[in-house]
Ligand binder design. Structure first.
Ligand code: SF4
Ligand code: SF4
Length: 467
């Protein structure tokens, strides 16, 4: 019978051992900082005045607004979000070209939550050997308790993660009140359940599999690498030939690697970095800490495994001085792109008008001939009042002599005083009448102005008088 060959490698459970050192500390600091930002930001209040949400960061789907501290983004201004996403992407490329996969090793949500889940696992079940022993032992009350407690804490963390996410889309204190009374819209409840489950699944079970098989960035980020990008590397020249070493023995003709496997057992993706840089390595630096601790015990200098560049590795092999090259064509390109996108966003924000408007000429009929011989064109005008106060606007027309302008349906409202409520859009139907102009298609300028003339917006349209 033909043997079945699986196309997928069997998942081997990884039991990362605890380590300590400079990079582990950096990972703790990053984790605490990022988690604090994630959980606390929805609780920052920001006074925007009456009838406006006072949450500093809020994506208000029903009223189609996004609030970021002093910024209020309307759907028409989604280009700011696009700009920020481009800036974030190019920033990530820039950091990757300089420092390799530091995003993956320290700041990626998958890494942060996996690290937190492993910490819980270690706290309840013990370090690597204890966890391995527990997994191999039969299902006793002791094992059920330890496993059950671990999964319970994981689910609680997942619940907090999903819970925090929905706060970004709702007023946080109000939502907590609804949560307490189990009075949630199904959509909010659905998001909490989905995010609780995905956090539990991704950080509790999928872990490094996400980085290896699911993450698209892991696949193409080597395109941002060059020979001056920092990578985690093992110094073969110094480490080989490797082998066990007894205290007091001479190091002559022996490398400094004592083959203790400390760098392998701490690795969260389960690789041996001594085999060279591998796609799975997330550059977390834990093997550097583990090896430095071993070197310290042996009384040898640290850095047998370290962050280094390919160029420096070659220079060291030739006994030449290593050098740091930050200014390279790709880093300069990424910097230029970031400056350009950042400047465009800044310019957009600084020149942002608190009023915007749109003019739509009627399509059917294009014009109407009145009994007195005048030609009348109809327009729909939308005025966006982006401020927190009701505003009055003046509508002016340029380009058509002797034209009269009327607002339909508002007997008392003249084009000199169009009122739009705070933070909303006013829709007006406008009729422009004029003796028949010579040109059948005349360009018109509609001007919207606040009564104090502080803000003015202009839009082009046409006045049609013949088919
Ligand atoms: S931790 Fe250092 S000494 Fe130990 S096996 Fe790894 S490279 Fe060799
Ligand atoms: S090889 Fe080292 S840097 Fe790479 S993932 Fe493993 S522990 Fe982290």
């Amino acid at each position: 019978m033909e043997e079945f060959t699986s196309l997928f490698a069997k998942q081997e459970k990884i039991y990362p051992k605890r380590t300590w050192g400079r990079y582990r500390k950096l990972k703790w600091v990053t984790m605490v900082t990022l988690l604090s930002i994630y959980y606390l930001v929805p609780w920052i209040r920001w006074d925007r005045g009456a009838h406006m949400p006072d949450q500093a960061v809020l994506i208000d789907m029903p009223s189609r607004r996004a609030y970021f501290f002093f910024l209020e983004i309307w759907p028409q201004e989604v280009y700011y979000i696009t700009g920020l996403l481009i800036l974030a992407a190019v920033g990530l490329f820039f950091v990757t070209s300089l420092l390799g996969r530091v995003w993956c090793g320290y700041a990626c949500p998958q890494t942060v939550w996996t690290d937190l889940f492993v910490w819980v696992e270690r706290l309840v079940q013990g370090d690597r050997n204890a966890r391995m022993k527990l997994d191999q032992s039969p299902w006793t009350l002791h094992k059920w308790t330890k496993k059950g407690l671990t999964h319970l804490i994981w689910i609680i963390i997942g619940l907090f993660t999903g819970g925090a996410w929905v706060f970004y889309f709702n007023d946080a204190p109000t939502l907590v009140d609804h949560l307490m009374h189990l009075d949630l819209p199904w959509s909010v409840g659905g998001w909490i359940v989905a995010l609780t489950f995905s956090t539990y699944l991704m950080a509790g079970f999928a872990r490094e599999q996400v980085c290896q098989y699911m993450c698209p960035y892991a696949r193409f980020q080597s395109a941002m690498f060059d020979k001056d990008t920092l990578i985690i590397s093992y110094d073969e020249k110094r480490g080989e030939p490797r082998g066990k070493h007894k205290q007091g023995e001479s190091w002559d003709n022996k490398g400094h690697c004592v083959d203790c496997d400390s760098c392998v057992v701490v690795c969260p993706v389960g690789i041996d970095i001594r085999k060279g840089l591998q796609m799975e390595c997330i550059a977390c630096g834990l093997c550097v800490d583990a090896c430095n601790n071993v070197m310290h015990k042996l009384g040898l200098p640290p850095g047998l495994i370290r962050y280094d560049t390919e160029n420096n590795r070659q220079l060291r092999k030739q006994d030449q001085q290593p050098a740091v090259r930050l200014l390279r064509p790709r880093t300069l390109w990424y910097s230029a792109l970031m400056i350009a996108v950042g400047a465009a966003i800044l310019y957009g924000l600084l020149s942002r008008s608190p009023v915007e408007f749109d003019v739509m000429h009627d399509r059917n009929p294009l014009f109407v001939k009145l009994s007195d011989g005048d030609i009348r064109n109809g327009y729909n005008i939308s005025i966006l009042n982006k401020t927190g106060q009701d505003q009055h606007y003046r509508l002016l027309l340029e380009g058509l002599e002797k034209a009269t302008v009327k607002v339909q349906g508002f007997q008392d409202m003249s084009t000199d005083d169009l009122m739009v409520f705070a933070d909303s859009v006013g829709h007006f139907r406008i009729f422009v009448s004029s003796p028949e102009p010579i040109e059948k298609r005349k360009t018109l300028l509609f001007i919207i102005q606040t009564l104090d003339k502080q803000n003015t917006e202009t839009k082009k349209s046409v006045f049609l008088s013949k088919d």
